[in-house]
Design a protein around this ligand. Structure first.
Ligand SMILES: [Fe+2]
Ligand SMILES: [Fe+2]
Length: 356
């Protein structure tokens, strides 16, 4: 552990006294990078307008506390990524109110589009409040960052099916609504990605942010991106690729070839695992050790924050769960995949806790 890292942990520890909160801090420490740095990651706040100046208080509190925590980080993060679903139903009051809270951050903010931000006006107001396009890339201290809009769907569903934009938004906002439609990045954006990556050397660490997983987990809840295979193929030539995503509001991790996948927590609420809740097949659970929570709708159960090390370009996540057992999911160089440091061995897993 470097001195820098120790200082970083000390900073995290001091903020923990104030309460463990739903913010991710990502530390990048690449061997080839001249300068280590950190960035913070906050996701899925689902700011929900009631009427007038009233918003759902619990969702507000999750975001306000994450912002306050991020401002206290030592060392300071270089920037903050917001992982999508800032709004619940994509309205101007929700996006404006969400950004009003985010703008209390002392750092530059980048955004990822979530379906809850998008399907009312197709991202128009979101672009205004974040001040950048729906997909883009940037380089920072030797790392290539790519942000994708992964929540697009078929043109026919988007443009021809619904009598109003509000109805379209409501249909896409339901997690298990059969009237929804599969997410995809789409041909236009894939062509852009191919061109963007053609300028990046193979040994440059690549970090991709998406809202939905760029892997196929469970289509029924859109824990899924329809053209994930095509995106993975574009990322295949690079030595080290990390995909970090929101949307699923839970711990998930996976390794597909050269690509490590990690999900982050939400500030609003946790989702259950499809395999346990809907008895649905999961293609992820073989590697992912689920969180041991008993009640997915317990107010702060399984919300939390984590920081992420990318030593040698691979991802180690330390999940600090507000009302649950802390977890560490780290990349194991020997097995070449992320593994839970305490519970990966089936014999070491613990039964779900009870709150009642
Ligand atoms: Fe979400
Ligand atoms: Fe989402």
């Amino acid at each position: 552990m470097s001195i820098d890292r120790r200082g970083f942990l000390k900073g995290v520890g001091s903020t923990l006294v104030a309460g463990a909160l739903p913010v991710s801090v990502v530390e990048l420490a690449f061997a080839k990078s001249s300068e280590n740095f950190t960035f913070a990651y906050i996701s899925d706040s689902h700011i929900q307008h009631i009427k007038g100046d009233k918003f759902v208080r619990n969702w507000d509190r999750g975001l306000i506390r994450a912002v306050a925590e991020t401002n206290l980080m030592v060392p300071k993060p270089d920037f903050v990524m917001f992982g999508g679903d800032l709004a619940q139903l994509g309205t101007k009051p929700e996006l404006d109110h969400g950004m009003e809270m985010l703008s209390a951050l002392n750092y530059k903010i980048y955004g990822v589009l979530g379906e809850h931000d998008y399907y009312l006006d197709l991202g128009e107001h979101w672009e205004k409040v974040f001040g950048h396009p729906q997909w883009y890339s940037f380089d920072h201290k030797g790392v290539h960052f790519v942000v994708l809009n992964s929540i697009l769907t078929f043109d026919d569903w988007t443009h021809n099916r619904w009598e109003s934009a509000e109805r379209r938004m409501n249909e896409m906002a339901g997690l298990d609504n059969p009237n929804g439609s599969p997410f995809m990045v789409g041909e236009k954006q894939r062509a852009w990605l191919k061109k963007d990556l053609s300028r990046v050397s193979r040994d440059t660490p690549v970090v991709v942010f998406s809202h939905s997983p760029l892997q196929k987990i469970y289509k029924g809840w859109n824990f899924w991106t329809d053209d994930a295979d095509e995106i993975q193929a574009l990322l295949k030539p690079f030595d080290t690729v990390n995909v970090i995503y929101g949307h699923v509001h839970q711990i998930q991790y996976n390794q597909i070839g050269n690509i490590s996948f990690n999900a982050v927590m939400a500030t609003a609420w946790p989702w259950p695992y499809p395999s346990s809740y809907a008895q649905a097949e999961s293609h992820l659970a073989k590697l992912t050790v689920p969180m041991n929570r008993a009640d997915p709708f317990f107010e702060r159960d399984a919300t939390g924050w984590q920081f992420i090390d990318l030593h040698t370009g691979r991802v180690d996540l330390r999940y600090n769960l507000y009302n649950n057992q802390n977890r560490v999911v780290a990349f194991n160089q020997k097995t070449g995949r992320p593994e839970d440091q305490g519970f990966q061995d089936p014999a070491a897993r613990v039964a779900p806790q009870t709150h009642y």
